[in-house]
Design a protein around this ligand. Structure first.
Ligand code: GDP
Ligand code: MG
Length: 480
């Protein structure tokens, strides 16, 4: 099974079952293959965490589990928890999508069973017991869990009982997610981050700032180079399209967007945005790269070549062969003007918790290359509209929304950047016309990025320019 995680479609299905709404936040608390088969570990990580989803992935690619809105606890003597909202479910059957919902019987009086030496347990049968005790097994491909499924006591079943778990408990992985309902994501009176007014004046000011941006004068660099990097589907190309649309005055899509398993962006593309009035390009370049994937994504040598300005526009990535200095158009002596001046990690707010450990390690490795060069980094946290329904309806609630604040905190921790470097935003994706608030938010993010680029340029004035300026000063001084 290549994918032993919940897909975003499966999360949407769970959200519909849980709260009839399509918003919510899944936080992985316990993972068998990471934390080991141990009831105590399960309780340490999952007790008192409110609503949770338990998911099992069995060796026949059947994915099933249970939801409870009640917290798990670990009493010495077991007790039944009442939960009218609890249900069991199946998401895949032998590798094929299969959305089945098993409702509790009666009022959900014996929906869950809590005891210190058992993993998640549902119903009085028990209808669904995941495992007992501790085998401490870790790093194995298959866990022969000692739980069982016997639906019918506290949960109704419509099919053959054995269908629920496909008749066995040979498990590749088991996960427990905390679930927080995004619809009641607590809108706070005071914002968690100060932000400008959401009005035309702010929009015009930001537009002006970006349109008239010039890299700090002393550097003599014509353009700021911004590299966008992130997982496939995170919204890199959409951000470029968003900025382009704003300066075109209508929705455009110069960078191809969409969802695909592998990156739609197969070459390095450098985009310029033109002013609507003057038709002149604005003074920054947006570099669109292929996605960040564990296997076929950008590798660290390629990244170094991009950061240092060696690779030409339209350079085509080849997953089976690394870039070398022999590629056509390779710039052997790049200057500061060719380098990347700021990096924006583009992260999808609605799914970044799914990032594998390998991918996180990869990002850390890529970040070390950026740090070696003192290149500032920020995060563009896209898809905020998918995190909270209130924010989806009214973007100006963004900095009052607790759920978004939490996402910002979590992604900052994950990537290892200060919270202030994380900018939540929404790209234009289905809109036919421009909207003031979407525009304000994206322009604000871009203006912060440009300030970071200036910081870098100030510290990296090309030696020849510095020498020149020094010379000028001396000349001037000698006349004084
Ligand atoms: N709802 C929503 N969808 C978005 C947002 N940003 C991008 N998308 C959608 O996500 C999909 C992938 O985006 P894309 O820009 O192609 O990702 P890339 O692979 O990083 O370049 C597209 O279908 C976009 O329309 C956003 O902020 N909100
Ligand atoms: Mg793209």
């Amino acid at each position: 099974m290549d994918k032993i995680m919940l897909t975003s479609e499966e999360k949407v299905q769970l959200q519909e079952w849980i709260c009839q709404k399509r918003k919510g936040k899944f936080t992985l608390l316990y993972k068998l293959s990471r934390d080991g088969w141990n009831a105590t570990t399960f309780h340490t990580k999952c007790d008192h965490k409110g609503p949770t989803v338990t998911v099992l992935y069995n060796t026949d690619y059947t994915v099933f589990g249970g939801y409870t809105s009640q917290s798990w606890t670990s009493p010495g003597n077991g007790f039944y928890g009442t939960d009218p909202k609890a249900f069991l479910f199946q998401l895949r059957y032998r590798g094929t999508e299969s959305h089945k919902y098993y409702q509790h019987t009666g009022n959900g009086s014996k929906a869950i069973y809590c005891i210190y030496n058992q993993g998640p347990t549902f119903g009085s049968g028990p209808d669904f017991l995941t495992f007992k005790d501790n085998s401490n097994q870790l790093n194995t491909k298959v866990y022969k869990l000692n739980g069982r499924c016997d639906l019918g006591s506290s949960y109704q079943y419509t099919d053959n009982d054995a269908d629920f778990n496909d008749g066995h408990m040979n498990t590749i992985d088991l996960e427990v997610y905390q679930f927080e309902d995004g619809s009641d994501s607590n809108i706070m009176d005071t914002p968690w981050r100060e932000f400008s007014e959401w009005d035309t004046k702010t929009l015009e000011k930001l537009k002006d700032e970006v349109e008239n941006y010039r890299p700090v004068e002393e550097t003599n660099i014509p353009m700021a180079n911004i590299l966008l990097i992130g997982k496939i589907g995170a919204g890199k190309s959409s951000f470029i399209n968003t900025i382009n649309s704003i300066f075109r005055g209508n929705i455009t899509s110069p960078a191809i967007t969409g969802i695909s398993d592998h990156s739609l962006t197969t070459s390095l593309r450098i985009y310029r945005v033109r002013s609507q009035l003057s038709r002149k390009p604005l003074n920054f370049n947006l570099y669109d790269t292929r996605g960040l994937e564990e296997d076929q994504g950008i590798d660290s040598q390629e990244l170094c070549y991009i950061l240092d300005g060696n690779l030409p526009d339209k350079y085509t990535f080849n997953p089976s062969c690394q870039a070398t200095s022999a590629v056509p158009g390779f710039n052997k002596n790049p200057g500061v003007r060719d380098m990347i001046h700021v990096v924006a990690f583009v992260v999808d707010a609605s799914s970044f918790e799914d990032m594998s450990d390998d991918l996180i390690a990869k990002i850390k490795n890529l970040r070390s290359k950026m740090n070696q060069r003192d290149i500032p980094q920020v995060v563009l946290l896209t898809n905020v509209d998918k995190v909270s329904e209130i924010v989806e309806k009214d973007l100006s609630k963004l900095f009052h929304c607790k759920a978004i604040q939490k996402h910002v905190d979590d992604v900052a921790k994950l990537i290892g950047l200060p919270r202030g470097h994380v900018m939540p935003l929404k790209n234009y994706e289905c809109e036919m016309d421009l909207h003031q608030n979407v525009t304000i938010l994206s322009l604000h993010a871009l203006s912060v990025i440009l300030r970071f680029a200036d910081d870098f340029l100030m510290n990296n004035i090309e030696p020849s320019i510095e020498a020149n300026q020094e010379g000028e000063k001396n000349k001037k001084n000698s006349f004084d």
